[in-house]
Write a protein that binds this ligand. Structure first.
Ligand code: A3P
Length: 319
């Protein structure tokens, strides 16, 4: 069978029908009841919207502009629900874990609940990555915690998600882009529906504890966005320090660092297919034009226009 992961064991969760693998059932309650601290900051995104970029930015800003750490980004700024994506069904996990432990001296993580444990035991101030939308997290989240929501235009997000599905072994995706767009348009991919996720984030944009940012704006003027973050996070960094952060999180610099690009230097450990490029991939806006044939554009824009949520997302992403 060609796409096993999409025909077996998929869940649609909550009124919006967010898509998860079956493992989510065992962990949903733990995520919902995750014990928050008042200095937590959540980075919330639909996958491929600039999560890693924002993790590196927010963590660096909140940790005295420490640009010399050897710790993996996903240890410093843990991914809350990663366990429900990969750990239980990934065959080469053992070797990946061995590698992971050897690159993180003093750690000896086990497979089950690894990431939830990382998030729980992370020292304060915690910067936590999640792709869960507001409706799957505790309604009291914003009483305690600040949230940075990063959005990216749907076409580039789709192209990036396609490469992600080819690269990450657990997805077992061997189809082409045209076929992938069918999964996207039917909201069959993990964390879909994209439009509901985005609409939820956008509806919270005026909440004082939410900072809503656009991937494209970060590319246009990173210093402007870092200043917004500096105010929002209360980090009080000076302009020179923000410049250090900006340099540190430049695409080329992140791509070459194995702490935030797990495929840097062409090292494709267990989780990744060898011939499918890198995790920190291309990092540009508008790459979609290289993938969208007239036929793909037709079905993609039909999907966008037909969704009930289309009117609830930022205007610039509606067409
Ligand atoms: P592309 O696949 O279009 O290159 P996420 O971290 O949410 O998975 O998002 C991944 C996308 O962000 C990828 O997009 C990746 O290349 C891009 N990205 C990662 N680091 C970046 C950076 N420092 N600057 C710009 N884009 C970055």
């Amino acid at each position: 069978e060609k796409f096993p992961i999409y025909t077996e064991g998929l869940l649609k969760v909550g009124p919006k029908g967010y898509v998860f693998k079956h493992q989510y059932t065992n962990l949903a309650e733990k995520y919902y009841n995750f014990k928050l601290r008042s200095d937590d900051v959540f980075i919330m995104t639909f996958p491929k919207c600039g999560t890693t970029w924002m993790q590196e930015i927010a963590w660096t800003m909140r940790n005295q502009v420490n640009v010399n750490t050897d710790l993996e980004l996903n240890v410093r700024a843990p991914f809350l629900e990663f366990d429900c994506l990969e750990s239980m069904e990934l065959e080469p996990l053992e070797s990946w874990l061995e590698d992971f432990n050897s690159r993180n001296p003093g750690k000896d993580y086990k497979t089950e609940g690894l990431y939830l444990e990382l998030a729980t035991s992370c020292p304060s101030p915690r910067t936590i990555k999640t792709h869960l939308p507001f409706s799957l997290l505790n309604p009291s989240l914003l009483d305690t915690t600040k949230v940075i929501y990063v959005a990216r235009n749907p076409r580039d997000t789709c192209v990036s998600f396609y490469h992600h599905h080819r690269l990450v072994k657990v997805n077992k995706y061997i189809g082409n882009f045209d076929e992938f767009v069918d999964f996207w348009c039917q909201d069959l991919l993990t964390y879909s529906p994209y439009l509901s996720h985005l609409a939820e984030g956008w509806s919270m944009r005026d909440h004082p504890k939410v900072l809503f940012l656009f991937y494209e704006d970060m590319q246009e003027d990173i210093m402007r966005e870092l200043r917004k973050l500096n105010d929002f996070l209360g980090t009080s960094l000076r302009e020179e320090e923000l410049k250090v952060v900006a340099e540190h999180v430049k695409f080329a610099n992140m791509k070459s660092r194995s702490t935030c690009n797990p495929t840097a230097a062409g090292i494709h450990v267990g989780r990744f297919e060898k011939n499918e490029g890198e995790f920190v991939r291309k990092g540009i806006t508008g790459d979609w034009v290289n993938y969208f044939t007239p036929h793909i554009e037709e079905k993609f824009s039909a999907w966008l226009k037909s969704s009930k949520e289309a009117k609830n997302i930022p205007m610039k992403y509606r067409n």
